[in-house]
Design a protein. Sequence first.
Length: 199
Amino acid sequence: MSHSTREWMRRSKGAAAMRIGLFFGAFLLAEAAQATTMVRMSLGEMSQAAKAIARVRCVSNATVWDAGELWTLTTFEVEQTWRGTLPAEITVRLLGGHTARVTSSVSGVPRFRPNEEAILFLEPEQNGDFAVVAWQQGTFRIHRNVRSGEETVTQDTAYFATVDAGTRELAAKGVAAMPVATFLNQVEMALSGASQVTK
């Protein structure tokens, strides 16, 4: 076998290995993307699943280690309670967080800044903390128009695709820029079992 033939075979094997590597890399990325795709919950489903629904203001964040996992404990002042009974302050436990040496980011988990207002769909945990129903889906940020003073809510998942469990449709269909009063009305209808709830 000539030197040129051996060199051609060496390069061909290298190119084939690279193609295989790229294929498996793309496959793993696709699998990872699929694994983090959320199944869409309607406002009615979340309203029924939540043990408490409240308008809150973020007070502070703290990061702790627990059972080998990094967690963010966010303290909220409860401004209004729309469902359930809550104390004046609650702590919401969120997977992931940031320390001086380690950052743990979990897709779909919301994060909050001090003084930020939101409406949260909550479920209690055994230790007295709370979790957010469906993570970002159960998080609705409040925005206030500086000129008119009008308040609106926008769901964290308003602008990225979630999957419809029935049709398997992938689309962005979250609540966006809805007046707070309208949103409260939608939640009240959901809790009363009304069929007109936005999905």
